[in-house]
Design a protein around this ligand. Structure first.
Ligand SMILES: C[S@@+](CC[C@H](N)C(=O)[O-])C[C@H]1O[C@@H](n2cnc3c(N)ncnc32)[C@H](O)[C@@H]1O
Length: 397
């Protein structure tokens, strides 16, 4: 569907967001478009082996690839020319894997053009590009395209058969499987997804991540709500402006999808664009998957170190500074790892409770952990820390 108006993409209240985005980025893949990105400093060593054409067609606003680690399987949503995927290929190394997803055939063609070359230069091939809408990572659009070539839709019956086919491929050969990804990244794409699909998009990121996996997303956010007439402007929408969520709504979308430990890693000090006084700037957010699961009681406690008077986690646990708080095994484990690692003192019980004997954690209990619970009611030892400070030690000289 063509979207007409000023610059070929003008304002229309009823315009098709997806068609506007497809058109603009097909053109950007072919001819390039200056000013469609927020400049970012990359480590030049990571760009060395990436062809100039890929580097020139950079439409990002952050650098989420720097959060990847060797050996990880990384999914890049809206991979465009493939720049981030090729950077990630080097970071994750031969034991890792990178999957770029984009729905624009012109962008995919550009990204795939250098796949073999880059792999040969690296000495391994660990990148692939797949076609899908990022809000539906089950449906492989290349399979749908192939089906449509031999089964054009001319009637309601044809449409029903197409829907049946889509349901089958989603079920039997999902483009990205559940719990299969260590790190989801995306750079300046989420804002382009249709308003009615944004919730599903966050749910999809969550679905594909394995437990313990994380998302690091760079995007554009606004400091005030975007008025409907601005959202109806195809030029502003496809230019990564008016599809932006308000800062706090962006963070809340991660929370509502089930993520925990959500953190603003970066927020641009200067706006990318200011339109009618509303500032649109780049943001990078990290978020973790894996707070769900059974809560078992193993007599563990945590002490929040401060400096805040108290903190509240994504499960609603309130942790006053310096207080022994009773937590279940799952929360205890979560606090021992990033993004919480180092913020809590972990207090194990004196005698470990074997998992198979552990009861379900009582969420209605007093949230303080009496030290007697950790030590045991029969703990009656009396001793001094003498061995550290005795005649053999020089600590008192
Ligand atoms: C602003 S560009 C960013 C490209 C790339 N991430 C980069 O940093 O250069 C947006 C990209 O997302 C793709 N895109 C937009 N909406 C999409 C959607 N709903 N599903 C899949 N890809 C989408 C576009 O085709 C385009 O390649």
């Amino acid at each position: 569907m063509e979207v007409h108006g000023k610059n070929g993409l003008g304002a229309s209240e009823l315009f098709d967001h997806e068609a506007a985005v497809l058109q603009r980025y097909a053109r950007a893949a072919r001819d390039g478009e200056a000013g469609l990105c927020v400049p970012v400093d990359y480590d030049p060593a990571l760009l060395e082996f990436i062809p100039e054409e890929i580097l020139a067609k950079d439409y990002g606003c952050g650098n989420p690839s720097r959060y990847a680690r060797a050996g990880e399987t990384v999914l890049d949503l809206g991979s465009g020319s493939g720049k981030a995927c090729y950077i990630l290929a080097r970071i994750v190394g031969p034991a890792g894997k990178v999957i770029g997803v984009d729905f624009n055939p012109a962008m995919l063609e550009l990204a795939r053009k250098y796949r073999r070359d880059v792999g040969d230069r690296l000495g391994y091939h660990n990148v692939e590009f797949r076609r899908a809408r990022i809000q539906d990572l089950r449906t492989d659009l290349e399979l749908v395209d192939r089906y449509l070539a031999s089964h054009p839709v001319r009637s309601v019956e044809d449409l029903a058969r197409l829907e049946e086919y889509e349901a089958r491929i989603r079920r039997e050969q999902p483009l990205v499987s559940d719990d299969s990804i260590d790190l989801v990244v995306s750079n300046c794409v989420l804002n382009l997804v249709r308003p009615e699909d944004k919730k599903r998009l966050f749910a999809e990121m969550y679905r594909v991540l394995r437990r313990g996996g994380r998302a690091v997303i760079s995007d554009i956010v606004s400091d005030e709500p975007v008025p409907p007439e601005m959202m109806g402007d195809a030029e502003l929408w496809s230019g990564c402006v008016s599809g932006a969520l308000v800062e706090e709504d962006f963070l809340r979308a991660f929370e509502e999808a089930g993520f925990y430990g959500i953190r603003v890693e970066e927020l641009g000090s200067q706006p990318y664009r200011t339109v009618e006084g509303i500032e649109f700037r780049s943001i990078t957010v990290s978020a973790h998957k894996g707070k769900e699961g059974p809560c078992i009681e193993r007599n563990q406690a945590v002490i929040y170190r401060g400096p805040w008077k108290q903190v509240v986690d994504d499960d609603g646990h309130v942790l006053p500074r310096g207080t022994r708080i009773a937590v279940c095994e799952k929360t205890y484990e979560l606090y021992s790892r990033p993004p919480y690692e180092g913020q809590f003192i972990l207090v194990p019980p004196r005698l470990e409770v074997p998992r198979e004997q552990a009861a379900t954690f009582d969420c209605s209990r007093d949230r303080r952990r009496d030290p007697r619970e950790t030590k045991g009611l029969d703990y009656k030892v009396t001793k001094f820390a003498g061995s550290l400070c005795g005649p053999q030690s020089n600590c008192c000289t």
